[in-house]
Design a protein around this ligand. Structure first.
Ligand code: IDP
Ligand code: MG
Length: 167
């Protein structure tokens, strides 16, 4: 069954210059990339992305981590991968959440670490099920940023919208 899944190269992945490596590893899946962008991450976006962790002792730290506060890289690379069984295929290559427990040949097992603060710096995010994938993709991307029709859309006419175009 075709599925979409959100992948983020987190700030530690960017700082360690792992983007090319991660894309190469994920290309083993034969999935299609249907959206990609570099994104600045506001506190609101990071907290919304990790809202299922609210109340955990490490919540504030993972929000700061995603914002790039620990890596001097205030951005992430966001992508939507699409194709048969996409969620599991990407999660398998990403590896388990805890990089010390992750399969050593997975991305997280190869490149992740646990900091002295106890944050799992695990290089990439990958959606864990279809419900999460839909929520996360809608959080990070607008419909027109994605080159396939994933979810229902509605038309909106926005009056007096201030926007930028090339000068
Ligand atoms: P996932 O990224 O494998 O789906 P989640 O439980 O959704 O795992 O957690 C989101 C992120 O929060 C993880 O990728 C990791 O960076 C961080 N995290 C999760 N659990 C812990 C923990 O117990 N200690 C420290 N950081 C954690
Ligand atoms: Mg998760």
């Amino acid at each position: 069954m075709n599925q979409a899944t959100l992948v983020l190269v987190k700030p530690d992945g960017l700082k360690k210059s792992l983007t090319g490596n991660i894309l190469t590893r994920l290309s083993e899946t034969k999935l299609e990339i249907v959206a990609t962008k570099m994104a600045r991450v506001s506190r609101e976006l990071a907290a919304d992305h990790y809202r299922h962790l609210k109340g955990k002792p490490f919540f504030d730290d993972v929000v700061k981590y995603l914002q790039g506060e620990f890596h001097d890289r205030r951005k992430v690379m966001a992508m939507v991968y699409w194709g048969n069984d996409a969620i599991k295929k990407v999660r398998d290559i990403a590896g388990s959440t805890n990089p010390e427990e992750a399969d050593p040949v997975s991305i997280r097992g190869s490149y992740g670490r646990i900091t002295t603060h106890g944050v799992f710096e695990n290089v990439i995010h990958a959606s864990s099920d279809e419900k999460d994938a839909e929520r996360e993709i809608k959080l990070w991307f607008k419909p027109e940023d994605i080159i396939v029709d994933l979810y229902p859309t509605k038309e909106a006419v926005i009056k007096d919208l201030k926007t930028k175009s090339w000068a």
